[in-house]
Write a protein that binds this ligand. Structure first.
Ligand SMILES: [Mg+2]
Length: 135
């Protein structure tokens, strides 16, 4: 399964832009469940490169930085959903999305693939544990 990750609101909290609690554990689980099929899906990476992402993430733990070098790039223009391979099984972790993005997911019956993050990566770890136990 492919897993797509937003940055602000998932890696960093949106108040002080500090590393989110439980981030390392969450990412370990993401890499595990996706078998390494992890993709950036952030406005910082829409140009298909991770340079700006790493600029924003420069203060996070060194071992996490090492881990996320393996996250793959996506390119999109207007909507994040353009960057998703919707023919494959996927999960998309994000804190805030546009209505048009939700409408698109709904139109293809994939709205359940969106997972809303609300400062709760600990709960997201539980969610991924449940998914792993189901497959
Ligand atoms: Mg966000």
């Amino acid at each position: 399964m492919k897993i797509y990750l937003d940055i602000d609101g998932v890696f960093l909290d949106t108040k002080e832009y500090k590393q989110m609690p439980h981030l390392k554990e969450f990412l370990n689980k993401v890499f595990d469940v996706s078998k390494g099929e992890v993709y950036w899906l952030s406005t910082h990476t829409k140009h298909g490169e991770n340079d700006i992402a790493f600029y924003h993430l420069e203060d996070i733990d060194k071992d996490i930085l090492e881990m996320i070098k393996d996250i793959k790039n996506t390119k999109w223009d207007t909507l994040k959903t353009e960057g998703i391979d919707t023919d494959s099984e996927f999960l998309w972790f994000d804190d805030v999305i546009f209505q048009a993005e939700y409408n698109f997911l709904e139109s293809i019956g994939k709205e359940h693939c969106l997972v809303k993050v609300k400062d709760n990566l600990d709960e997201m770890i539980e969610y991924l544990n449940d998914i792993k136990n189901d497959v």
